[in-house]
Design a protein around this ligand. Structure first.
Ligand code: DHB
Length: 391
């Protein structure tokens, strides 16, 4: 079997890439180890930058994000028992959309399959071969047991942090930039009405908390915890008490309800460089991970493949590898900006277990600056809603 671009992974990076390539008349096959149902039903976060929504709309798959998603023109930062609004519309003339990642994936998969695209779900034993040759190969086993060798001109490794693509770059030719944070997020889903119209990012002496939402009936909330915490050790009462203690003040009340999902999420930052090895190009979580504060992961994946699609278009049209050679350095500028933003939001809002009273006061100083000067607030508004996507 042969295709122009073999795409490993049907997440946001892989699926958006296959759309962008199809628009340019470039053939691709997407290979995915998970089943379609699993991808479409795993409830994931979704804060879509304005540029991401504009891109989905231009690709003809933004309709549900615009109509069923919620446009948010600001967030609330809470500290010292008080809420402070950051007004994205006023400061940056931009907004974000809350629309869960698995819904984005449903829309992308449906649209690709409607045009007869080749997406192989439920494959096993994926490996990449000959990636430094002109004809790299993705080898895999189909759900029915057939062994397939997919010969490609180029492979896009979009298989996330646990995929095979990253590890296909030899250790001695790859630099892993890695940071583990000394805390995690305790996340819950609860059947409850919304507590606030906008997302609430709370700093407190007990640690960070985030009040987010999935639907009018289902709310998503997180609080900073020890990364070794076991979610099952916590009673519902204890969870609500902890969340309430972190967001308390100026009359704010948390709407409570039945907790039907809970788990502890680790926090890490990671970048793999280079993002390319021969004819293998990494995109999205295969190349980088950001801590979740500020929700940059999906948006960064989309931005990567915008750059990659343009480079592949030029390569197939002219045979020139100039833009392919520039892919890593170009994508990496945004990657490191997003790494900085995610690290900054995380460090400003979380309590460092090894930190001191000085650190706490310094964080409050920064939050006070951020909520009282236009320059600092504009920086946050621009970063949160997303820099121009070609950056
Ligand atoms: C959500 C997650 C985030 O990391 C964030 O910054 C905002 C919202 C969420 O799960 O809804």
């Amino acid at each position: 079997m042969r295709t122009q671009v073999g795409i490993v992974g049907a997440g946001p990076a892989g699926l958006v890439l296959s759309h962008l390539l199809a628009e340019r008349g470039i053939d691709s096959v997407v290979v995915e180890t998970r089943g379609r149902q699993e991808i479409e039903q795993t409830m994931r976060a979704g804060v879509l930058e304005q540029g991401t929504v504009e891109l989905l709309t231009a690709m003809g798959v933004g309709e549900r994000a615009l109509t069923e998603g919620a446009r948010h023109e600001g967030i609330e930062l809470r500290f010292g028992g008080q809420g402070h609004r950051i007004d994205f519309a006023k400061l940056a003339d931009r907004a974000v959309w809350l629309y869960p990642q698995h819904e984005v994936l449903k829309d992308l998969i449906a649209a690709r399959l409607a045009t007869g695209a080749d997406i192989r779900f439920d494959v096993t034993d994926v490996s990449l071969r000959d990636v430094t040759s002109d004809e790299p190969v993705i080898a895999f086993t189909e759900a029915d047991g057939t062994r397939v060798e997919l010969r490609c001109d180029v492979i896009a490794g979009c298989d996330g942090s646990g995929g095979v693509s990253r590890h296909t770059i030899p250790d001695d030719q790859r630099t892993d930039y890695f940071r583990v944070y000394p805390f995690g997020w305790f996340g819950i889903l609860a059947e409850a009405p919304r507590s606030s119209d906008e997302l609430v990012y709370a700093h407190s002496e007990r640690g960070f908390a985030l009040i987010s939402t999935r639907t009018p009936q289902v709310q998503r909330m997180y609080f900073q915890c020890d990364p070794r915490e076991r979610a099952e050790d916590w009673s519902d009462d204890r969870i609500w008490a902890e969340l309430n203690a972190r967001v308390a003040g100026d009359g704010f009340t948390l709407a409570e309800g039945r907790i039907f999902d809970r788990g502890v999420i680790p926090m890490r930052s990671y970048v793999c460089e280079p993002m390319r090895h021969g004819r293998l190009f990494l995109a999205g979580d295969a190349a980088h991970t950001v801590p979740p504060t500020g929700a940059k992961g999906l948006n960064l994946a989309v931005a990567d493949v915008v750059v990659l699609a343009r480079a592949l278009e030029s390569f197939f049209a002219t045979g020139s590898t100039d833009l392919l050679d520039a892919y890593g350095p170009t994508a990496s500028r945004r990657v490191w900006r997003a790494q900085h933003f995610s690290w900054w939001m995380t460090s400003m809002l979380h309590t460092d277990p090894a930190g001191s009273a000085f650190d706490l006061k310094r964080q409050l100083g920064e939050l006070e600056l951020l909520t009282s000067t236009t320059a600092a607030a504009t920086h946050l508004a621009e970063a949160y809603t997303g820099w121009p996507i070609e950056l």
